[in-house]
Write a protein that binds this ligand. Structure first.
Ligand code: 1PR
Length: 535
């Protein structure tokens, strides 16, 4: 490889760095991995994507001598780009499981977002920046949105002012990027921020050759509402992995052959939705409850191939649980999740196994730390763990008919019932469980979920709109972000869910697969009605 087209990457193996590798390769660069502290000192250009928790990252850096090498490298003003935790580690200390000392290069303490006043934590999603000073790498951003996912942040102060190149507001102003000489760091994820994110990486990799633009001042921005495209994936009867779509979770055609409905190929559709402006893409391996995903390698292949070209966050769910195969080999849920992360997922989503964990916790009131939910969020952080809820509406004559949280139904039931509760199901809606969506949501937040994907079996595939009663109930019950899902049939339904509930994102499948409503029309409509979206 010719000098100048190589970038050194410091990856200590704690999460999904595949997307960053893909983005760097996409921009025509080769990657050299740091193996020892010396490789840091010898780098021409170093990227440090911090993943995982602050304390464990510092631990590795100190033990390997890399902490000292990084301090020297940065003090010598060598070209550096830190991402996310790679920004936070430059500060004096962090409150994350701490206080824990950082590299101490920038004055300040990294603290947790305060989830009061309706600001949900983690901060997940797209925000615009307030540019504080000229910082070559941000020149193309202007008022475009970039993608954040974090619960901790560094705050601006008089002591660190000279480092700050942009801030972002989420409840309070926090530091979105720093620049001093050749040293850059960003709290957002350029590798997950679409084209504008890639331009940040490009400007870091090719300094000066880009021509300088006068950076435009970003507008004051709220967290944008996200529009997510969801791909339900399974093997059809011929053995091909297809994107399918159910009608109240029934994915088979009502023909004599009764075949699995086939709406396209997963990698191609995901790539299309990225181009169309989806803020996120989710894959749900809908038969994961019976087909173990590590046996089902095509799904991992789908993730690997998708992450080569799709530079927005990817979530994958289905089959995350402990498993013993026919030969008696045991796999932990953490191994399944790790394999998904290594293959390019940014978040994993847990359905059935989270229901069992919540039931157990309600019964025993003991956090064992052993559930898939607890283990994965401890290792990868709660921002990486989504719980998918698959409830079914059950009408009641009186709110006292069940021990679960009920709502007064906006539309009465078939026999004039005025109340309803939302019963959780497992195994793709096949089995109802003795727990409500409300109870589940509260418990999984406590057990470490960072986000809730809220489906509704009654509305799924019906195109009549989201279940507003349900989404209101859950989004008011928790302080983590809630993704509204099931039932979108028109652009107005997205507006309705954002106007009437506290949902942070809205997900749809059928209308996008059948090309009835393009993603851009959804966003155009929201924008016109005054809802902030990423364009
Ligand atoms: O239980 O951890 O193995 O996870 C299984 C996952 O697969 C869960 O997230 C569960 O929601 C999902 N799943 C299981 N069976 C089905 C099915 O459809 N038969 N799909 C299924 C869930 C719901 C949404 C759908 C929206 C929007 N699909 O993903 O995309 O309802 O659809 P629409 O816009 O067309 O109305 P585990």
């Amino acid at each position: 490889s010719s000098a100048g087209s190589v970038v050194t990457l410091l990856d200590y193996g704690a999460g999904n760095v595949r997307s960053l590798r893909n983005a760097i390769r996409h921009l025509g660069f080769e990657i050299e991995d740091v193996r020892t502290a010396k490789d840091i000192l010898n780098a021409d250009r170093l990227i440090f994507p911090g993943v995982g928790a602050f304390a464990s990252a510092m631990d590795v850096l100190v033990k390997t001598g890399m902490a000292e090498a990084l301090q020297t490298y940065i003090k010598n003003d060598r070209p550096f780009l830190g991402i996310c935790l790679g920004l936070q580690l430059l500060f004096e200390s962090s409150e994350e499981n701490g206080p824990v000392n950082g590299l101490g290069l920038i004055p300040g303490v990294v603290g947790r977002f305060n989830s009061s006043n309706g600001f949900r934590v983690p901060h997940i999603g797209w925000n615009a920046l307030q540019i504080a000073k000229d910082s070559e790498i941000l020149d193309d951003i202007g008022d475009h949105h970039v993608y954040f996912v974090h619960s901790y942040r560094a705050m601006p102060s008089d002591d660190n002012k000279i480092w700050i190149s942009s801030t972002c507001n989420y409840g309070n102003d926090f530091i979105a990027s720093i620049k001093r000489g050749n040293v850059h760091a960003v709290q957002f994820h350029p590798e997950k921020s679409g084209d504008v994110g890639l331009s940040v990486l490009r400007r870091f990799l090719h300094p000066k050759s880009q021509g300088t633009k006068k950076p435009t001042q970003g507008k004051a921005s709220k967290l944008a509402k996200r529009v997510i495209a969801c791909l339900d994936v399974r093997t059809n009867d011929k053995g091909d992995l297809v994107v399918t779509k159910g009608d109240q979770y029934d994915v088979r055609e009502h023909t004599k052959e009764n075949e699995v409905r086939n709406l396209g190929k997963p990698v191609e559709l995901a790539g299309q939705y990225y181009k169309d402006g989806a803020d996120e893409v989710s894959f749900l391996n809908i038969t994961g409850f019976r087909d173990f995903p590590l046996g089902d390698l095509p799904m991992l292949q789908v993730l690997r191939r998708t992450s080569e070209n799709v530079f927005v966050p990817l979530t994958v769910g289905g089959g995350i649980r402990d498993f013993t195969d026919a030969n008696g080999r045991h796999y932990s849920s953490l191994e399944v999740a790790s394999e998904y992360f290594r293959s390019g997922a940014d978040k994993i989503s847990i359905g059935s196994d989270a229901v069992y964990a919540a039931e157990e916790y309600i019964k025993t009131k003991v956090k064992t730390g052993k559930s898939s939910l607890e283990q994965i969020s401890r290792v990868y952080g709660n921002q990486a763990v989504v719980v998918s809820i698959d409830p079914r509406r059950v009408y009641l004559k009186s709110p006292n008919d069940v021990q679960f949280k009920t709502i007064r139904a906006t539309k009465p039931g078939p026999n004039g019932e005025e109340y309803a509760w939302y019963q959780c199901t497992v195994n793709g809606g096949r089995e109802g469980r003795p727990i409500g969506a409300y109870e589940l949501a509260k418990v999984v937040e406590e057990l470490g979920a960072g986000e809730i994907l809220l489906n509704c079996i009654d509305c799924d595939g019906q195109g009549k709109g989201f279940d507003i009663d349900l989404i209101k109930l859950i989004s008011e019950a928790v302080s983590i972000p809630v993704i509204a899902s099931s039932g979108a049939g028109a652009v107005e339904h997205f507006l309705e869910v954002f106007m009437q509930t506290n949902a942070s994102a809205a997900l749809a499948a059928g209308i996008f697969h059948r090309k009835e409503v393009p993603i851009q029309s959804v966003k155009g409509h929201l924008l016109k009605e005054g809802i902030e979206v990423r364009i």
